[in-house]
Design a protein around this ligand. Structure first.
Ligand SMILES: C[S@@+](CC[C@H](N)C(=O)[O-])C[C@H]1O[C@@H](n2cnc3c(N)ncnc32)[C@H](O)[C@@H]1O
Length: 300
C-alpha cells in the first residue's frame, strides 16, 4: 500500500493526522526512521501487505502507539499496549519543567505519582543518572508494563528506578520519604466523568487512568496533600490537569500554606495543562483558606 493510499484511508476514517500516522506505520514496518521513507521504495508485497493491515487497524482507531508498541517521553521510548495509558506529547512539557528545576540539585530525590508505563520516572532517570527516582502505581497491569520498561532501561544502562504498588490517596504512601523529595511529578487521571473522549481513549486507555471523578479532581486533591508532605524546602511539584482546571488546581496548591510560587502552564496548543508550586521555607501568610493562587501563565 502506498503512503498516499494509506493517508486517504486514515483521513476517511476520521484520524486526526492521517499523513503522519501513515508515514509512522510505514516506517515502523520498514524498520527505518520516518525521515528516511523517501529513500525506501515500497515494492515488497509482504511489506505492502503488513502496512495495509496496520492501516486497517488504525482506521478502526486503535492507537498508533499500540500498533508500533512504543511511545516517546523526553529522550527515551517506553513500551506500551493494552492495559496501560499511552504517554502523551504534552506531558513532555511537565517533564522539561521538572528537569529544569533539578538543574542545580545534586543527587535529587524524585517521585513520579501515578506512573503508568513509568515513562516520566524513566525519562528522569535517563536525564539524571544521579537521581533516585521513586514511582507509584496502583493498577497491576500498568505496573507490569512499568516493570518491563524499567528492566529495558536498566539494561540500556540507566539508573534503576524504585517502583511501588501503591495508592496515591493512601495517607501513608511513601511516608519514609516525607520532607526529603526535590521533585514530585504527576500526570494523574483528571478528566471529569461524563466528558466525551475520542475512541482511542474510550476503547484503549484504561478508564482508571483517564477519569478523575465527577469534577476530575478526586485524585488531585489527595495528591496535592501528598506532595506538600513529601517535598523538602525548595522542592517543587508539577501536576498535569484538565483544561477546565486552570483555576481549581492552582487554588488547591495555593491553599497549602507550605506551598508557594503557584503557577499554571499552557501546553503547545495554548490550553491550560499543568500547575506547579514550590515548597516554602516557612508557611506563607495569610493563613490557609484566605490565600489566592497567584497565577501567571507561561506560554510555551
Ligand atoms: C493519566 S495516567 C498517567 C501515566 C503516566 N504517568 C504517563 O504520563 O503516561 C494515570 C495513571 O494513574 C494510575 N492511577 C489511578 N489511580 C491511582 C491511584 N489511586 N494510585 C496510584 N495510581 C493510580 C492509573 O492506573 C494510570 O496508570
Amino acid at each position: 500500500m502506498a503512503i498516499l493510499e494509506a493517508e486517504r484511508i486514515l483521513g476517511a476514517a476520521g484520524i486526526e493526522s492521517p499523513r503522519v500516522d501513515a508515514e509512522l506505520i510505514a516506517a515502523h514496518v520498514l524498520g527505518v526512521e520516518r525521515g528516511r521513507l523517501p529513500m525506501v521504495p515500497l515494492v515488497d508485497p509482504q511489506v505492502v501487505d503488513a502496512i495495509g493491515q496496520l492501516v486497517g487497524q488504525r482506521a478502526k482507531h486503535v492507537p498508533l502507539q499500540h500498533l508500533t508498541g512504543w511511545a516517546a517521553m523526553g529522550e527515551i521510548t517506553v513500551g506500551v499496549g493494552p492495559g496501560v495509558f499511552v504517554p502523551r506529547p504534552e506531558t513532555e512539557l511537565l517533564l522539561a519543567w521538572g528537569l529544569a528545576r533539578l538543574r542545580d540539585v545534586e543527587r535529587p530525590v524524585v517521585v513520579d505519582l501515578c506512573t503508568g508505563s513509568a515513562a516520566l520516572a524513566l525519562a528522569v532517570a535517563n536525564a539524571r543518572p544521579d537521581a533516585t527516582v521513586h514511582a507509584v502505581e496502583s493498577d497491576g497491569v500498568a505496573l507490569a508494563w512499568a516493570r518491563q520498561n524499567a528492566e529495558v532501561r536498566a539494561q540500556a544502562g540507566d539508573t534503576a528506578i524504585r517502583l511501588y504498588a501503591g495508592d496515591v490517596t493512601d495517607p501513608t504512601v511513601l511516608a519514609d520519604l516525607d520532607g526529603t523529595v526535590h521533585l514530585v511529578l504527576c500526570n494523574p487521571p483528571y478528566v471529569p466523568e461524563d466528558t466525551p473522549v475520542p475512541p482511542e481513549v474510550a476503547d484503549h486507555d484504561p478508564a482508571v487512568a483517564v477519569f478523575g471523578g465527577p469534577d476530575g479532581l478526586s485524585l488531585i486533591r489527595p495528591i496535592v496533600a501528598l506532595a506538600a508532605r513529601l517535598l523538602t524546602i525548595g522542592g517543587a511539584v508539577a501536576i498535569e490537569h484538565d483544561d477546565t482546571h486552570q483555576d481549581s488546581v492552582p487554588a488547591l496548591l495555593a491553599a497549602r500554606r507550605v506551598l508557594a510560587e503557584v503557577t499554571d502552564h499552557l501546553d503547545l496548543a495554548g490550553r491550560p495543562r499543568f500547575s506547579t508550586a514550590v515548597r516554602a521555607a516557612a508557611p506563607a501568610s495569610p493563613p490557609e483558606g484566605e490565600r489566592q493562587a497567584t497565577r501567571t501563565r507561561e506560554a510555551r
